[in-house]
Design a protein around this ligand. Structure first.
Ligand SMILES: C[S@@+](CC[C@H](N)C(=O)[O-])C[C@H]1O[C@@H](n2cnc3c(N)ncnc32)[C@H](O)[C@@H]1O
Length: 236
C-alpha cells in the first residue's frame, strides 16, 4: 500500500517513537556528544568518539553525487557531509528535530532542502543517492526487506545507498536506559518521561542478505570497533 509523504505512522509503537524523537529534539545531540546521561567515563567516551570519527570518515568517502535524499534525518548530524557531495533533500517524520537540522548545512555554508516525510512513504522521484542514519534499527525485523525494497525504489539504477546504525553495546545509550529485553525497549527523556520505541540490532549478515533480496549489489556491511554498523550498496 502506498503512503503519501506526510502520513503519520499507523502502528502504535511507531507513532510513539516519532513523539519520542519530537520530544527529544533538544537533547538528542547529547547522545553524539557524550554529554550528561550519555557520558560513560573517559575511556568509553573516547572509544565512542573514535568510532564516530571512523563512521564520519566512512560516510565522507562514499562516492555520492547528484541528488541525495536523507530519510529520518533527525537533527541533521550527518547532513553537512551529504550536502557537500550533492543536492541534498532531508526529511523526518517530526518537525522538531528538523528545526535543529536546518541550522547544520547552513552553518557549513551548504544548501539543503528539507521537509516532513514518513520514511515509509512511497518515493516520488528517483535519485542518485539515499542515506539513513540510525533508521533501519527502528524497523521491525519482519519489515526490513519491505523497507529496503522501498529504498531501492528511491534510487535510479546504479544509485548508492548508505546506512549508519547501532551495534548493541551497553555503553551506547544513556546511563539510565533499562537493560535491553526485546525489540521494543522503553526510553527515557531527561525529565523522566518514558516512551516505547522499536530498536533492532541487525548483524551484518542479515542486513547483507536483506539488501540482496531488495535488489542491491556491491553490498558492503562492516562494524566499527564498538558502536556502529556501516553499510553501502548499489541499486542493481
Ligand atoms: C535515531 S534518530 C536518527 C536521526 C538521524 N538520522 C541521525 O543519524 O542522527 C531516528 C529519527 O527517525 C525519525 N523517525 C521515526 N519514525 C519515522 C518515520 N516513520 N518516518 C520518518 N522519520 C521517522 C525520528 O523522528 C528521528 O529523528
Amino acid at each position: 500500500m502506498q503512503k503519501p509523504p506526510g502520513t503519520p505512522p499507523d502502528d502504535a509503537v511507531d507513532s510513539e517513537m516519532v513523539r519520542y524523537y519530537a520530544a527529544r529534539a533538544d537533547e538528542y545531540d547529547d547522545w553524539y556528544m557524550r554529554r550528561a546521561r550519555y557520558s560513560h567515563g573517559r575511556a568509553h567516551d573516547e572509544a565512542w568518539r573514535r568510532d564516530l570519527g571512523v563512521a564520519a570518515g566512512w560516510l565522507a568517502n562514499r562516492p555520492f553525487e547528484g541528488r541525495i535524499v536523507e530519510l529520518a534525518a533527525g537533527t541533521g548530524w550527518w547532513s553537512p557531509l551529504l550536502a557537500a557531495k550533492g543536492q541534498l533533500t532531508l526529511y523526518d517524520a517530526a518537525p522538531e528535530p528538523l528545526v535543529k537540522a536546518r541550522l547544520r548545512p547552513a552553518a557549513a555554508g551548504l544548501k539543503a532542502e528539507m521537509g516532513i516525510r514518513d520514511a515509509w512513504a512511497e518515493p516520488d522521484s528517483a535519485v542518485e543517492g539515499l542515506f539513513a542514519g540510525f533508521w533501519v534499527s527502528h524497523i521491525d525485523r519482519a519489515r526490513l526487506d519491505e523497507w529496503l525494497t522501498l529504498a531501492a525504489r528511491w534510487l535510479a539504477p546504479g544509485g548508492l545507498l548508505a546506512l549508519i546504525d547501532s551495534c548493541q553495546d551497553p555503553e551506547s545509550g544513556a546511563r539510565n536506559d533499562r537493560p535491553p529485553g526485546d525489540d521494543i525497549p522503553v526510553r527515557l527523556l531527561d525529565d523522566g518521561t518514558s516512551f516505547r520505541i522499536r530498536k533492532v540490532f541487525y548483524e551484518p549478515a542479515e542486513l547483507e542478505a536483506s539488501l540482496e533480496r531488495a535488489g542491491f549489489d556491491q553490498i558492503e556491511v562492516t562494524k566499527t570497533e564498538h558502536f556502529f554498523l556501516v553499510a553501502s550498496a548499489r541499486r542493481r
